[in-house]
Design a protein around this ligand. Structure first.
Ligand code: CDP
Ligand code: CDP
Length: 224
């Protein structure tokens, strides 16, 4: 459908993708899809099932039967609200391993493209501009220094009562970036036609405004 508008936001962990995408979706009246939440949900189920995360057959059994649904701001795993559970550090530490699996990605990408097929969408992840929505109208790639991204995460986790420290978090984020960037299947990468924005010294509002300005100056969006 040529009248639909697609916005892709990619970048490493903690660069501000989901916060910014959510706000933009509100302003523009678009559907927001958090694709990272989908990989996290599969990971949560795999961890609970105590399978070997390196076993493709075991992962296949999980991803072929899991039902992932979004209900407003909530994420549902087989109808159970798992919104908080998928943000646990244990899920963060294991998700990149699960997201490396070719079949897992194939199933997730199909669902993502299905959701985008009949609505104006803003989607965030790692491979949206490169693989999921290669023809997106707008592609953004958000980056920020690893220290800044880790301190953002630290604040977030501290507010939820998780005990951790900046050094550990920085290491975990750097490892996840490395795994996500170096995997064979649809790695984290900036699409050649994406606009890169370094958010290290920007607050959320500044990033949202920078993106809005680009979108509105191109005058494609009018149905907010
Ligand atoms: O929010 P945060 O940046 O920590 O991560 P996320 O967006 O929730 O994504 C969690 C993990 O899912 C990433 O580290 C990737 O391993 C994987 N992912 C992916 O492979 N492809 C996507 N489109 C989105 C996430
Ligand atoms: O989705 P992604 O992992 O890229 O990042 P996020 O979950 O949107 O942002 C991680 C944390 O950084 C959140 O707590 C945001 O409120 C915060 N943040 C910030 O302080 N300044 C920004 N410019 C962007 C995000």
């Amino acid at each position: 459908n040529k009248n639909l508008i697609q916005i892709a936001i990619d970048g490493p962990a903690g660069s501000g993708k989901s916060t910014v995408a959510k706000k933009l979706a509100q302003v523009l009246g678009f559907i927001y899809l958090d694709t990272g939440a989908m990989y996290r949900t599969v990971t949560l189920k795999a961890l609970r099932s105590q399978i070997d995360l390196n076993d493709p057959q075991a992962l296949k059994a999980i991803v072929d039967t899991i039902a992932i649904d979004f209900d407003k701001d909530r994420v549902l795993m087989d109808r159970e609200d798992c919104t908080e559970a998928i943000r646990q550090p244990e899920v963060s530490r294991n998700v990149s391993k699960v997201a490396m699996d070719v079949h897992v990605r194939e199933v997730m990408v199909k669902q993502q493209q299905q959701i985008a097929s009949n609505k104006n969408v803003i989607m965030d992840g790692r491979d949206i501009g490169t693989h999921v929505l290669p023809n997106a109208d707008y592609k953004f790639f958000l980056v920020a220094s690893a220290e800044e991204r880790a301190s953002r995460r630290l604040r977030e986790l501290a507010a939820k009562g998780f005990e951790t420290d900046l050094k550990t978090l920085t290491k975990e984020i750097e490892l996840r970036d490395k795994l996500d960037s170096e995997r064979a299947c649809a790695p984290l990468a900036q699409a050649s036609d994406a606009i890169c924005i370094d958010t290290t010294t920007f607050n959320i509002e500044e990033v949202v405004n920078a993106l809005l300005e680009i979108i509105q100056n191109r005058k494609v969006v009018s149905n907010a």
